[in-house]
Ligand binder design. Structure first.
Ligand code: 5GP
Length: 196
């Protein structure tokens, strides 16, 4: 998605440890017009599939997910990062956090992820695929079917894409960061070879 690539070039910052900072339009401050465009792009890529639910994980996945959910007119549910005492009847899993370098527990109410669900999973970043792995685990537990996964930004040098390809997941990323070395951001649109 050209506008997202341009925004990353203009406002993104390369931090130590292969982290891309995009908090002026995705991770802290949000640009609703850009998020709506992201939603439209996900509809273009996945709209032909029998999706009846969007799933994301709090917090930064929620904005692109709700835009897509609105455009597809399907409910949108986010995986919670801690199990609150008020939640019973949940599917639980754990995720290794790339940015915090620790594991944390996540859960989703079993009423909101069922064998009737054909889901599109959406997140802000694909790095090593740990969050996607957690989604696959929750789908197995619940019997929900993953129709596809969409990421705003994929860091292709961190191998999450290879993992998803091995798993046979239909996934797309709207911008691909190929390197963050020497504080320089190399970013492009998703390669056409991804499209079958
Ligand atoms: P993964 O689970 O694929 O290893 O990493 C993806 C998750 O970690 C996303 O939910 C995202 O919030 C966070 N993440 C991974 N890499 C980055 C990054 O370079 N910048 C930011 N802001 N978040 C990242």
């Amino acid at each position: 998605m050209e506008s997202l690539v341009k925004r990353i070039q203009a406002e993104g910052r390369s931090l130590k440890g292969g982290v891309l900072k995009v908090d002026s339009f995705i991770n802290h401050q949000l640009d609703p017009n850009l998020m709506m465009e992201v939603g439209k792009e996900f509809v273009r890529l996945f709209g032909h599939l029998p999706i009846n639910k969007i799933v994301t994980i709090e917090a930064s996945g929620i904005a692109p997910a709700i835009m897509t959910g609105y455009l597809m007119q399907v409910r949108t549910v986010f995986i919670k990062k801690k199990q609150p005492n008020t939640l019973e009847n949940v599917y639980a899993s754990s995720v290794h956090s790339f940015t915090r370098e620790q594991d944390y527990e996540v859960c989703i109410n079993a009423n909101f992820l069922t064998p009737d669900d054909h889901i599109l999973f959406i997140d802000d970043f694909l790095a090593y695929g740990n969050t996607a792995r957690c989604m696959i685990d929750l789908a197995h537990q619940s019997g929900a079917i993953i129709e596809g996964m969409g990421f705003c930004i994929e860091k292709t040098f961190q191998k999450g894409g290879e993992y998803l390809t091995e798993q046979g997941i239909n996934f797309h990323s709207l911008a691909c960061v190929t390197s963050l070395e020497h504080e320089h951001i190399s970013v492009c649109e998703e390669p056409k070879s991804r499209f079958k």
